[in-house]
Unconditional design. Structure first.
Length: 298
């Protein structure tokens, strides 16, 4: 945990090499391989900058960012995201066995009858990634596609479970997992932070939200609730309960990383709750206020 009283710069990383291109490559690789479990940084932007052809050519004038427009976030294809999700799912499986108090001596995945595959659903941004797997008695793991999913074919029938990969766990530990997925072995660093799991990939760290297997009625997120985008201090509260607000209207002003950040209304509505006050220090994700969506009378 990095508190709000600390400078936003966590560390300096320096790379040396005979040429600019080689030094930039070494520095980018060092940043990408650094496992940051839950700390929000601009690491992906820095690595993309270091690998940009204009940066490597020394074309780094004051308009470089606007002109070159390096990627601000880590961009991965579906296969890389799925592999990371498999690592997370099997890490959970290893943790469950490590913490088992019943039948702890039984081999992992052992069943005395044919059972359906196990399922783990993770959320990355707005997308859900589902991993279905079944452990054989020899320790190998079968990965499935559409297993038990709420998907139907053109004929109206539920999609058939189709094996689409294999995996094997070589070693598990609280901060990572050594596994092989489709013939490719990798030691993956993992950090669990509440309901989020951070998985190291080749070019950075992916952070998944862990979705519950069973949803408790009424246990969902508060509709219309606005949360703090990062740890910081409330500078100004520009609304009160009962106020009619319009989409884009600034409602809360926060200070974080020596900058002001505006939290605006995502839609027209009426403020029904205000949960913070000026001067209050907040953690990332803290509830700020609640808006009930609807037409406003200006």
């Amino acid at each position: 945990m990095v508190g709000v009283d600390f400078d936003p710069m966590l560390a300096k990383v320096v790379a040396h090499a005979p040429t600019r291109t080689e030094a930039a490559g070494r520095l980018a690789l060092a940043l990408e391989r650094l496992h940051l479990g839950g700390v929000i940084t601009n690491r992906a932007f820095l690595a993309a900058t270091l690998r940009h052809e204009q940066f490597l050519a020394g074309q780094t004038t004051t308009d470089f960012i606007e002109r070159a427009d390096p990627d601000r976030s880590l961009l991965l294809d579906e296969s890389e995201i799925y592999r990371a999700a498999v690592s997370a799912a099997l890490w959970f499986q290893g943790r469950n066995r490590d913490e088992a108090t019943t039948l702890a001596t039984m081999p992992t995945g052992w069943r005395n009858s044919l059972m359906p595959p196990q399922s783990v659903t993770l959320r990355l941004g707005d997308d859900d990634v589902r991993v279905d797997y079944q452990i054989r008695r020899d320790g190998s793991i079968v990965l499935y596609h559409n297993t038990g999913a709420d998907e139907v074919g053109d004929d109206g029938e539920e999609a058939e479970s189709v094996p689409n990969g294999e995996a094997r766990i070589y070693a598990w530990r609280p901060d990572g997992i050594d596994l092989e997925v489709d013939g490719r072995r990798q030691d993956v660093a993992v950090t669990l932070d509440g309901k989020r799991i951070h998985v190291q990939v080749l070019r950075g760290t992916l952070s998944f939200d862990v979705l519950p297997r069973f949803v408790v009625p009424g246990g969902g997120d508060l509709t219309g609730g606005l949360t703090a985008p990062m740890p910081g201090t409330v500078l100004d509260v520009r609304c009160a309960v009962g106020d009619a607000v319009e989409s884009g209207q600034v409602l809360i002003v926060m200070e974080a990383m020596k900058m002001e950040h505006h939290v605006s209304a995502p839609f027209d509505g009426v403020v029904t709750e205000v949960r913070v006050e000026t001067g209050e220090q907040l953690e990332n994700g803290a509830m700020l206020l609640v808006i009930e969506q609807g037409e406003t009378d200006s």
